[in-house]
Design a protein around this ligand. Structure first.
Ligand code: C2O
Ligand code: CU
Length: 465
């Protein structure tokens, strides 16, 4: 594999807070910590460029790492100092519905100068993230996201841990600023807003120090709007420990490429095997070879010898799937987009042809409906098990995300995949997921290629009881 340290921009062709509601928290209730959204000028690009204007949580992008213990409550007062309304979605948390941060479904968007109190329990340990959910195709692209880490009571033995938030930005090379074409029809109808400047924690090539035989936990988050990362290791030997926060039953040696679709997370444990004085890499595979997504400069030894392979992380309390046969069966038929051949679909309650749909800057349909339907995809009784066959009849892959629940893929042979909250469904594929609808409320089910979600690929389901 060739490895190039990419130094140049590649592919350039292309007011006062509202008072809190009174709460019966008792006298000991601590003041609500604040999470402020605000504009930020950041040193994102190489020094020959100006600083780039972003949107941020607490003046940073990625926003501050929120780290809590499993079972704790996360409490934050969102104070919106942006010139636009916003909300926070806590991606992957099996959350109280009212705290899910979906404007128009679970709350109103928070206008400039106003605030909203988020206060919810964290049932599962693992790697999660938070991001804006109002015009997310624009607000996430501007930098409104951060990592949310929920720690196991009994964490695995590692020397250190690194949270690596991956993003790609679309920069106008003439100005060094974000390209302002957030609603571009070409992005919406094709692969989404793909950037031309790729970062880890805001750095083009993140540089970290390491020692030989050191054991690290890497928590990877794909915060990009649409880019599918394909990752590998060099000078590191690793195990895949968890996906989308949820531990694998057995850690999987990381030999092949790890695919990380938008919104997906992966927890790795890696041992540094490069020699002192050498380098180890988290490698991003692209068509023309490998690129350094993160570099570890190896100095010294952490120990004389390699350690045994890690054991599994403790499982989270997700409701197990029952015997097949009892589940409610649903189908999600995905159509549309460029080269998709969709003739027409329901748009705003009436039949429309593709030309009219495209004229509204919409391109995709779920079960023949463009965008959020008035009626849910399904009304499920609390505790009911559901199977959804997701049929991708488009020319693009889609990262399908279920809010409020984790699911397992059900293979053609009935084999159950790992617990996930976001599944990459390639073009032409039909993939089935199953979960127990044990979290009451109204939950989104959408593509996490954010331009797709905004141009038709969005539905919801209701869990009653
Ligand atoms: Cu991470 Cu509905 O989103
Ligand atoms: Cu999509």
């Amino acid at each position: 594999m060739t490895l190039t340290r990419r130094r140049l921009l590649a592919g350039m062709a292309a007011g006062a807070a509202l008072p809190a509601l009174p709460r019966t928290l008792g006298a000991a209730a601590a003041a609500m910590p604040v999470l402020r959204t605000e504009e930020l000028s950041a040193r994102l690009l190489p020094p020959e460029y100006p600083e780039t204007r972003l949107w941020s949580y607490a003046g940073r992008s990625p926003g501050p790492e929120l780290r809590l213990a499993q079972g704790a409550r996360l409490r934050r007062r969102l104070e919106n100092r942006l010139p636009a309304a916003t909300t926070v979605h806590w991606h992957g948390i099996r959350i109280d519905n009212a705290m899910d941060g979906v404007p128009g479904l679970t709350q109103d968007a928070v206008p400039p100068g106003a605030s909203f109190d988020y206060d919810f329990a964290l049932p599962d340990a693992g790697t999660y993230w938070y991001h804006a959910h109002e015009k997310s195709y624009e607000q996430v692209a501007r930098g409104l996201y951060g990592a949310l880490i929920v720690e196991e009571p009994d964490p695995p033995e590692v020397d250190r841990e690194e949270v690596l938030v991956l993003d790609d930005w679309r920069i106008d090379p003439a100005t060094g600023q974000l390209a302002a074409n957030f609603e571009m029809p070409h992005d919406r109808s094709h692969a989404g807003r793909i950037g031309n400047y790729i970062t880890t924690n805001g750095a083009q090539t993140l540089e970290l120090a390491a020692r030989r035989h050191e054991r690290l936990r890497l928590r990877l988050v794909n915060a990009s709007n649409a880019r599918i990362f394909r990752l590998g290791l060099m000078g590191l030997e690793g195990w895949l420990m968890a996906l989308d926060g949820m531990p694998l039953e057995t850690p999987a040696p990381l030999t092949a490429t790890l695919t990380l679709a938008p919104a997906q997370r992966a927890d790795l444990i890696v041992d540094v095997i490069a020699e002192p004085g050498g380098e180890a890499f988290l490698v991003r595979q692209e068509r023309d070879g490998g690129y350094a997504q993160a570099v570890f400069a190896v100095a010294g030894q952490a120990g004389a010898a390699r350690r045994d392979a890690p054991g599994a992380l403790p499982p989270n309390p997700v409701t197990a799937l029952k015997a097949p046969g009892t589940a409610r069966r649903l189908t999600l038929h995905m159509e549309g987009g460029a080269m998709g051949g969709m003739q027409g679909a329901m748009l705003n309650g009436r039949a429309a042809d593709m030309r009219e749909i495209a004229g509204a800057n919409q391109f995709w349909a779920f079960n023949g409906m463009v965008g959020m339907p008035d009626a849910p995809l399904a009304e499920l009784d609390r505790g009911e098990e559901v199977r959804v066959a997701i049929r991708n009849d488009t020319a693009f892959p889609h990262a399908m995300h279920v809010h409020g629940h984790h699911f397992r893929e059900i293979g053609a042979d009935g084999a159950r995949g790992p617990w996930r909250d976001t599944l990459l469904v390639d073009r032409g594929e039909t993939r089935e997921i199953g979960f127990v609808a044990d979290n009451p409320g109204d939950w989104l089910f959408h593509c996490h290629m954010l331009a797709h979600a905004a141009s038709g690929m969005m539905t919801w389901f209701r869990v009653t009881g």
